[in-house]
Design a protein around this ligand. Sequence first.
Ligand SMILES: Nc1ncnc2c1ncn2[C@@H]1O[C@H](COP(=O)(O)OP(=O)(O)OP(=O)(O)O)[C@@H](O)[C@H]1O
Length: 644
Amino acid sequence: MLGNSFGSCTLWPYVFKCETLHLMATENITVGSHVWIEDPDDSWIDGVVSKITGKDAEVKASSGKTITGKLSKIYPKDMEAAPAGVDDMTKLSYLHEPGVLQNLKTRYELNEIYTYTGNILIAINPFQKLPHIYGSHMMQQYRGAPLGELSPHVFAVADVAYRAMVNESKSNSILVSGESGAGKTETTKMLMRYLAYLGGRAATEGRTVEQQVLESNPVLEAFGNAKTVRNNNSSRFGKFVEIQFDKHGRISGAAVRTYLLERSRVCQVSDPERNYHCFYLLCAAPQEEVDKYKLGSPQSYHYLNQSKCYELVGVSDAQEYLETRRAMDIVGISSKEQEAIFRVIAAILHLGNTAFAKGKDADSSLPKDDQAKFHLHTTAELLMCDAKALEDALCKRVMVTPEEVIKRSLDPRSATINRDGLAKTLYSRLFDWLVDKINNSIGQDPNSKFLIGVLDIYGFESFKANSFEQFCINFTNEKLQQHFNQHVFKMEQEEYTKEKINWSYIEFVDNQDVLDLIEKKPGGVIALLDEACMFPKSTHETFANKLYQTFKTHKRFIKPKLSRTDFTIAHYAGDVQYQSDQFLDKNKDYVVPEHQDLLSASKCSFVAGLFPPLPEETSKSAKFSSIGSRFKVVLLYVCLHGFG
Ligand SMILES: Nc1ncnc2c1ncn2[C@@H]1O[C@H](COP(=O)(O)OP(=O)(O)OP(=O)(O)O)[C@@H](O)[C@H]1O
């Protein structure tokens, strides 16, 4: 029996529509054929066809079960398949989904976690340390070895990228994709280690660039990773690491670019997940630190106790706290800055406990009780701002109309949303600061000749509920798919034609129309979303209606029958139904002017520095910057550097 429940990640990570893999599955299936059939309970199962009736076939599975299915969904089983599998899928007699999965499974059982498909590497997460395949003797072996000469390995992919850069004088990108927990981050680290081995300098003075990049990981992980259902250390942001080289192929600088940090996690966690690691680390810090920030146990904070998961098996938060502080020292974050960083983290926890009740006036609010007042005051103390000003910034909103400026009270629900907005803004500004700091401390080489980029990105996502994050991730995968279509399929086909190999042409799904639907300017979904965000009266209903009107006849856009605000996009990998209700909020990376004024006036230069004053003309109105459009630019940047 076969299932694809084991995590796998791919380098050159394009997701095929399964139909594109049925190249050679044209053999006639008759009674007595050995086949694979989809088992409703357990993915693929093998068996022998016992009866064919019209378009249906009955299969006696090897497990003893009898399953009936469509003939068109039944695939021949290779009875002469090598017992140990093949190291390159292109060597399979039948290139279809069950054949591919069977091969990966066979190899995995023999501890072979890597398999090629041409020049794509598939890695299956071993969920155990395999030091023997990553040691320095392995690095030596792969150095300069042509792809395919040795067993499939992540080092071989890095070697090809490096050699191509040196020999052809051009930059390269390696894409690492897969679902959460598949092993992308670990694979990225291995790639960087190997590139450091190839292009590293001897550490004559202090630490080398590559050491610094690797050492910055624990800092990024403490603030950007969290426990999710699938992965105890899940990166909640996308990452593009750029390693710069000089003309001799020696590493001369590096930069880490991050995008799409999951901001909503700061205020909202569901069981059995956790918020970002740093919150728990700080609660487990030495007692004098905990006292200094007036902290208690994680159980006492609203932003943490929405889930009952506080600890990770086999991980000591106290130990991790000390290690994070050490890693921060190494990347050059001063002890004063570290103190301010954790002060902001503590402030966010206290802010989350500032609950509101109805005030005296209609639709007004005030801190709910003495506890809420305590947390409000502690937040102000830690952020070094005025407590009354903080309360006002949370409970009131200045409305700027062409005629006048009005200060309006917020009801408790709106004040709570406003409070959560402030927490998210603070956290994401802090995260961006850390990334900038890491980049400054590693140092970029303005004269770098080439670079190798490693893009660590989620694969296609389709959940029960899909929001703006899934929209951006799926947009990225559409872009990557298009690149795959344009370059790889065409390239492979040309190669086969040149070599006169009898190869039935792959019918790939051209997804330009989906990309137009999403990113076209003007008129694409992102452009319409930006428009909605700029118009004060927009709601997700008006945004959804605009989409329905604009794309009424678009064949990749569907209005679901039972919803008035959802929309479905027919992606290359399948239909995804998106809930539009948080699209506007999530796309707006604007800081509420009251929050901006409050924090830029902080007596703590670190906090004030996170909120530099805005240019005069924009300071009076809410400054809106579109996350979706910025994401589009980042993608363009990655593509330009990656696929030249
Ligand atoms: N090559 C490997 N060798 C040993 N263990 C691995 C390897 N790859 C992954 N793992 C294990 O699987 C866990 C999850 O992997 P990783 O964090 O790299 O996944 P990911 O794809 O980056 O997930 P996410 O998208 O959630 O961040 C790791 O913490 C590690 O324990």
